[in-house]
Design a protein around this ligand. Sequence first.
Ligand SMILES: [Fe+2]
Length: 245
Amino acid sequence: MFHFFKKHSQPLFEGLCDFHNHLLPGIDDGSKELAMSLKMLEAYQKLGFSSVIPTPHVYQELYPNTPETIQTAFEVLKTATLPANSPSIPSFAAEYMVDETFIKNLENGMPSLLLGKKYLLLEIHFFGGTQLLEQAGFKLCQKGITPILAHPERYQGIQTLAQFKTIKQKGFYLQLNALSLLGHYGPEVQQKAQLLLKAGLYDFVATDAHHLRHLEQLSSLRLSKKQGLQWEAIRDFQLDWFNGL
Ligand SMILES: [Fe+2]
């Protein structure tokens, strides 16, 4: 395997914003407490990230967060003494579960926890189909919002490149979970991530870090030469995108 670090002499995540993670303490299945969040920020700094936008779950059945609960947790972190050279935490958003509640709420208005002014991070059930996702995408695009599908490689209901291409044609961006490439979610997910990377279908990369170990694991991520080229294309796109947020 080619060692991407050696050739390019910079970490894979250098200068990036991680805009999918569960850094905020105590409001979902991510960081349990402020001390853990601060350790995670140290790990982010070691990986080379320049900023982090926390995205707690908004999932009615399990984590019924609201803008208020997330704002409160955000303030806890923002007012703490951050580690030296910590990445900045410019704002917060959310990772919305696309379920019946989400669709119903969408009919009555807009989700308020956007990335910038017009991007929304979405997930679906890992074992479900894509019908609700397609409904959500249609409604969001009508409203001028661009949906970003988190960790597309992890869904059982989306398997073929043709399916992924269809989702992109419907207006979605696709966000790689970097842990998938490490095999963290098993060989099938890893192979799917490799396939999507090779096909150039990813637009963004994020950690989906729920705890410190997730970030520590990412320091061992290595890419082949070809994967490194695809990764660079994603990084360049993501840096431009973030600067325009
Ligand atoms: Fe997540």
